[in-house]
Design a protein around this ligand. Structure first.
Ligand code: COA
Ligand code: AMP
Length: 630
């Protein structure tokens, strides 16, 4: 069957389609049906099935005789080590860790926060939670103490599992002091913490609260897999919304297993036993789905890569990893390729490595610019598939399903809708629009299995953020169009979320931090185009009356404040002081116009602008920091 037949088969009988796919999963009790729509517009999948994620990702492969296959390769150029873990070893390690957590009182439904760098123990911690039905929430290491504290207070974990440190090129990231700082700020107190001590920096443990990763496993009974309901939350992953309060995306267990397993063959075209590599971070959804869960559920070998595309040690690192570990499908963000291209435009490093094992390169996380796609195609001589998805969905909404059919790639498009997704372009009034017309990208409800059923502790926010604007649809927050062949083109966000180096960030969140500076009366943050990172945040600061300290002093304090409060990942490095901000007559800041000015792009004078002269002031201010060129 080709793509169109598969898509039509799903459309004709969605329940039948997903029940057939559910057969690839080991259930403790099979679900009676796929969709549970009794509470529409909130939907659940496979709710009355009983299942365990860890069993499906680990144990069943051992039972099937594949215990000797490598499950995880930790390739860490920043520490100069490569370490392989088989499925049998993984099962033993995870069962022991799960047993130790259980012995300390962690049970089904309890939350566990994981704050770890790219080490296999991060995956083991996730799987150990899944094994006993605990709900994990991984926090990306590039977030600072305050962001961690916000997540601690929202998830209210019984336990926090952290590493002593992470390693960024040229510096050690002190995870444990960051954790201590977060616990000081948070209102909620976990019962205990587990610290994985790395040899690069051993952390001080607080007696009574902190336990050593190995020591606390000593003598405990390994835990068996605990079956949970299909609708039981497997994890919470916080992502940026329009305000500083992150959204806790809930991932349901049954749909997650079924859908991710489906994607491995049909989208990524790998067979069990083959090596799949996603160069991302476990703190992001790409890491959850395609470093941890999907490859393991499908019985592949996954790579935990602790390094960067350039500088660890050079722009040939990716090619080395592909060759050394026989990678068949490779997934990363376009920004990583832009970084390599900038350093090695002619691909000199590539000449040293035979990467002929690679079949396809997959890109996602941000818009893939045509130059980068062409360059990657020319270098690697494989199809480059841009595919589009979100933390909320957990896997691709549109893609080229290489395992079903090698459909033509259209540069600039992120592919065609995957089964389960009825993607529509809507006008402001919620009416579907014809081909090649730009509008809001929405997905007709219900969303497919594995996508978010709600936000953690925030059902009203879930409805308001995603369901209310276009009744009957899920609002993606992206704008785009669909061509006459059904290919989707994502053009921009419709909200204040920006994308920096493939990382999703909230300008609203940064504004909240800046507004906390005593000298800042009003502020705005916009995302301006950046050749390497796609977008970079730039801040505009209006000072409180009477403040006459040097502006560069205030700017550097603001830069420091964002780094301390949100973290280095915000990449907030540039801000300017202005007298006033351009606004509509009703007081709304004209951020989109400011972005156009910063990018040196043409724009229409907004009809509702209060005072057009302010735009010249904004242009002048931007020019002082290297933007708004001709
Ligand atoms: N822990 C602590 N700090 C981290 C971190 C982590 N896990 N990840 C990033 N940071 C820090 C970086 O060190 C950097 O700090 P600096 O301001 O002191 O230099 C800052 O956060 C910004 O990081 P980033 O935007 O990633 O920039 P970079 O210069 O370190 O790397 C790229 C640029 C393009 C090489 C890098 O972003 C990359 O490889 N991206 C791949 C895409 C990706 O992983 N996407 C995730 C979704 S698919
Ligand atoms: P995240 O939730 O961090 O995965 O970010 C999701 C957002 O990243 C989407 O809503 C898009 O704005 C953007 N995005 C992800 N993949 C793509 C893509 N292939 N093309 C364009 N934008 C993308």
């Amino acid at each position: 069957m080709g793509y169109r037949e598969v898509y039509e088969a799903w459309r004709a009988d969605p329940d039948g389609f997903w029940m057939r796919e559910a057969e690839a999963i080991d259930w403790d009790r099979k679900p009676s049906k796929a969709l549970f729509d009794g509470n529409a517009p909130l939907y659940e999948w496979f709710s009355d099935g009983m299942v365990n994620t860890c069993w499906n990702a680990v144990d069943r492969h051992v039972e099937a005789g594949r215990g000797g296959q490598v499950a995880i390769i930790h390739d860490s150029p920043v520490t100069g080590t490569v370490h392989k873990i088989t499925y049998a070893e993984l099962r033993n390690r995870v069962a022991s860790l799960a047993g130790a957590l259980r012995a300390k009182g962690v049970e089904k439904g309890d939350r566990v926060i994981i704050y770890m760098p790219m080490v296999p123990e991060a995956l083991e911690a996730m799987l150990a939670c899944a094994r006993i039905g605990a709900i994990h929430s991984v926090v990306f290491g590039g977030f600072a103490a305050h962001e961690l504290a916000v997540r601690i207070d929202d998830a209210r974990p019984k336990c926090i599992i952290a590493a002593s440190c992470g390693i960024e090129p040229g510096r050690v990231v002190h995870y444990k002091p960051l954790l201590d700082g977060a616990l000081e700020q948070a209102e909620h107190e976990p019962s205990f913490c587990v610290i994985f001590q790395r040899e690069q920096e051993v952390a001080r443990l607080e007696a009574g609260r902190d336990h050593d990763w190995y020591a606390f496993q000593y003598g405990v009974e390994p835990a068996d897999c605990v079956p949970v309901e299909g609708s039981h939350p497997a994890y919470i992953l916080y992502t940026s919304g329009t305000t500083g309060a992150p959204k806790g995306v809930v991932r349901p267990t049954g749909g997650h297993l079924v859908a991710l397993n489906w994607t491995m063959k049909n989208i990524y075209n790998v067979a069990p036993g083959e090596t799949f590599w996603a160069a991302s971070d476990v703190g992001w959804v790409v890491g959850h789905s395609y470093i941890a869960y999907a490859p393991l559920i499908h019985g592949n070998t996954t790579i935990v890569f602790e390094g960067k595309p350039v500088g660890t040690p050079d722009a040939g690192t990716f090619w080395r990893v592909i060759r050394d570990h026989d990678v068949k499908s490779f997934f990363t963000a376009p920004t990583a390729f832009r970084a390599i291209k900038r350093e090695d435009p002619k691909g000199e490093f590539l000449k040293a490595y035979d990467t002929s094992c690679l079949r396809t390169l997959y890109l996602a996380g941000e818009r893939a610019d045509p130059d980068t796609i062409h360059w990657a195609q020319d270098m690697l001589k494989v199809p480059v598939v841009d595919h589009w998805w979100q933390t909320e969905t957990g896997y691709a909404i549109t893609a080229i399903p290489m395992g079903i059919e090698e459909m033509p790639v259209k540069i600039g498009s992120s592919g065609v809708p995957m089964p389960g997704y009825d993607v529509q372009i809507l006008d402001e009034g919620g009416q579907p629009m014809g081909p090649n017309t730009l509008g809001a990208v929405a997905v007709k409800l219900p969303l497919p299995p594995g996508t978010l059923p709600t936000l953690w502790n925030a059902e009203a926010r879930f409805k308001k953020s995603y369901l209310e604007h276009f009744p009957g649809y899920y609002e993606t927050g992206d704008a785009g169009m669909i061509d006459e062949d059904g290919y989707l083109y994502i053009m921009a966000r419709t909200d204040d979320v920006i994308n920096v180096a493939g990382h999703r960030l909230s300008t609203g969140g940064m504004e909240e931090v800046l507004a906390g500076h005593p000298d800042v009366a009003e502020c705005a943050v916009i995302g301006v185009s950046d050749e390497l990172k796609g977008q970079m945040p730039v801040g505009f600061l209006c000072l409180t009356k009477g403040v006459n300290r040097p502006h560069d002093e205030i700017v550097s304090e603001c830069v420091k404040l964002v780094r301390e409060q949100i973290g280095p990942v915000a990449a907030f490095k540039k801000a300017v002081v202005v007298d006033r901000l351009p606004k509509t007559r009703s007081g709304k800041i004209l951020r989109a116009t400011m972005v156009k000015i910063a990018d040196g792009a043409a724009f229409k004078m907004p009809a509702t602008i209060d005072d057009p002269a302010i735009l010249d002031e904004i242009r002048d201010a931007l020019q002082t920091i290297g933007y708004a060129g001709d």
